[in-house]
Design a protein around this ligand. Structure first.
Ligand code: HH2
Length: 250
């Protein structure tokens, strides 16, 4: 899954693809590099980000979804039901839902749905997150949401531990180590570590553009641990690394 943020303020690529033409060109390039899904988002979820007005979010994402959908599978990264519904009508076939609440929208459109775990919202999520057992708490939450989505008629349900969403570096590492516990639920697992801040912290304070090594290492680690998809900014490098390790492990 290639990340395409049509936003002015995303943490690593904010502003680079705010123009729809540039966004579409970049989405097609990611598809050519080997992304099976392009994840189009119009609202940043980085820690501290403020909410985006519904009409503005639709204005950002819809032309991009419409232009990409004939060429590659498109997911819509949103927490708003109206934006998800409009994007599905424009050709997206997967709702990437960091709020884990929009399965009814996916059900009524016959689309797939990703349930991601998070604590709080972007303004509050990094304020002292605490868990007794982060892996089982995340697993229980996702299993319940995924079960509800199946019962509501969603055929394709993914789960995602939400790396960095209300988690300290220690929680992110535990979740990566605990991926087999999520895989054991039977739902396909999606993991997004790409360029996230815990990778910078573990690499002596590297800025987002200097986190490729950690992004590749954790993406491949997730795939080897049983994840079915990884959400990444650097598609070509990830595909190359994953193919190589796939050959080694075959
Ligand atoms: N991470 C981000 C956004 N959406 N969706 C899923 N399913 N899993 C993730 O880990 C995930 C996600 C945050 O990254 P990014 O899109 O690069 O930044 P921003 O939220 O600032 O736009």
């Amino acid at each position: 899954m290639g990340v395409l943020n049509v936003t002015p303020d995303s943490f690593s690529d904010g502003g680079r693809f705010a123009d729809p033409g540039r966004a579409v060109t970049h989405g097609l390039a990611l598809a050519a590099e080997g992304a099976d899904v392009i994840d189009v988002g119009g609202e940043s979820t980085r820690p501290g980000a403020g909410p985006v007005d519904e009409a503005e979010e639709r204005r950002r994402v819809l032309p991009v979804v419409e232009a990409l959908a004939p060429h590659v599978r498109v997911s819509i990264d949103t927490t708003k039901a109206s934006v998800a519904a409009a994007a599905l009508a424009a050709g997206a076939t997967l709702v990437n839902d960091v709020s884990a609440s929009l399965y009814e929208v996916a059900a009524s459109a016959g689309a797939g749905w990703v349930a991601m775990h998070r604590r709080g919202d972007p303004r509050t999520m990094q304020v002292a997150p605490a868990y007794d057992d982060v892996v089982s708490e995340v697993r229980d939450f996702l299993e319940a949401r995924a079960g509800a989505a199946r019962a509501a008629g969603v055929a394709e349900v993914w789960i995602d531990p939400g790396i960095g969403f209300g988690k300290l570096a220690e929680h992110n590492l535990r979740l990566l180590r605990g991926l087999p516990t999520l895989v054991a639920t039977g739902f396909p697992v999606l993991v997004g570590t790409s360029r996230k801040s815990f990778l910078g912290a573990l690499a002596g304070g590297a800025p987002p553009d200097d986190r490729l090594a950690g992004s590749l290492a954790t993406a491949v680690f997730a795939l080897v641990s049983g994840a079915a998809m990884v959400r990444v900014h650097d598609v070509a490098a990830t595909v190359q690394a994953a193919r190589l390790v796939g050959e080694v492990a075959a």
